[in-house]
Ligand binder design. Structure first.
Ligand SMILES: Nc1ncnc2c1ncn2[C@@H]1O[C@H](COP(=O)(O)OP(=O)(O)O)[C@@H](O)[C@H]1O
Ligand SMILES: [Mg+2]
Length: 330
């Protein structure tokens, strides 16, 4: 079996994931406007010796929100703590975390739209005045407690910006809306990843992978890892386009990068709901997927491909979507 550098297959994917993560803005491909603006914010904060302004990243999963937050901390050379909003239940937990962040450090709150309202309120004064103000006790014994914090940066990430409250959104100094990547950008990401993984695939093979990655770096890297498994197991040095297409098809990925669930959505719309419109709840019950998953994971890319449309009365399949189903019978 061919030896691969850096790690063995026995290692789990998360460590690979961190290996593939760009560590500097200069290594981060695409999202040019956002990166330029972040660089400006970063430079200005560095020159003034201040904490970076609060930043919010919005966009579908796998586009680089967490990566950008980590790059900010590396480039600013400050600590970062990463938490996921749904895991935070009590005010005390949030206060404990906030007070553990050193001056100019970053608190990264993932899925920030799911922060409980009572915890969200704590953030308001932290983001505005670097003060934690909470009420302790009840009734006549209630007391307002104020705690001064050093200046810190809150970086939030959300896949559902529409669910964020206005007061919270307004407190971010910069909002970066991440968009899907072009095939060429995904291809550049794959070039970088294949160097790290010790692969040597041709540009045309990488392009076949890129075209099926739904404009999403995480998916591109995942497909590349599966192709790498194949190369290793089959003891191959080289792959041609035909082979890579076969591998990807074997993995259930079609020409446009749609997987089985995407196709189920399209087929359900066509065959079970007369093309639509159908409400997201009805559709999700029919498919046995949560409405949240449909909206966050599947819909954005189907919308982008123009295979479905959102109407006030629900989702409809388009003629492009119907055509795709005809061309990709499985
Ligand atoms: N612009 C990029 N350039 C290179 N790799 C990227 C880029 N954006 C994301 N990635 C890769 O994709 C993976 C997913 O990114 P991540 O930041 O975790 O996405 P999100 O937090 O938006 O779900 C990361 O492991 C990273 O390696
Ligand atoms: Mg993330």
């Amino acid at each position: 079996m061919r030896k691969l550098p850096y790690f063995s297959l026995a290692q789990k994917e998360p460590s690979l994931e961190s290996l593939l993560r760009p560590r500097k803005f200069s290594e981060f491909i695409g999202q040019k406007k956002i990166v330029e603006r972040l660089n400006l914010i970063l430079k200005a904060a560095k020159e003034r010796g201040e904490a970076i302004d609060h930043i919010l990243f919005c966009g579908p999963p796998g586009l680089g929100k967490t990566t950008l937050a980590l790059i900010l901390s590396w480039e600013r050379e400050v600590d970062i703590k990463v938490i996921s909003a749904p895991a935070l239940q009590r005010a005390g937990d949030l206060v404990g975390i906030l007070t553990s962040i050193p001056e100019r450090g970053i608190l990264f709150i993932d899925e920030i739209h799911r922060l409980l309202p009572s915890l969200e309120e704590i953030l308001y004064s932290v983001m505005e005045d670097s003060v934690i103000s909470i009420i302790t006790g009840k009734g006549p014994a209630a007391r307002a407690l104020k705690l001064k914090l050093p200046p810190i940066t809150i970086v939030g990430a959300t896949t559902r910006p529409g669910l964020l409250s206005n007061p919270l959104r307004d407190r971010f100094g910069f909002i970066g809306n991440l968009d899907f990547y072009s095939d060429v950008e995904i291809m550049q990401i794959l070039e970088r990843s294949q160097l790290i993984l010790g692969l040597n695939l041709s540009s045309s093979v990488l392009m076949e992978i890129a075209k099926r990655a739904r404009g999403t770096p995480r998916i591109a890297n995942r497909l590349l890892k599966r192709v790498r498994d194949y190369i290793q197991v089959e003891n191959k040095e080289k792959l041609n386009e035909k082979e890579v297409k076969e591998i990807l098809r074997f993995l259930g990925i079609d020409d446009k990068g749609l997987d089985e669930i995407d196709r189920k959505i399209l087929i359900a719309l066509r065959d079970n709901f007369k093309g639509g419109p159908v409400g997201i709840k009805t559709l999700s019950e029919f498919l046995n997927e949560s409405p949240e998953t449909l909206e966050v994971v599947y819909e954005p890319y189907l919308l982008r491909l123009g295979f479905i449309q959102r109407t006030p009365r629900g989702r409809v399949i388009t003629s492009l979507g119907l055509m795709h189903l005809l061309e990709n019978k499985s």
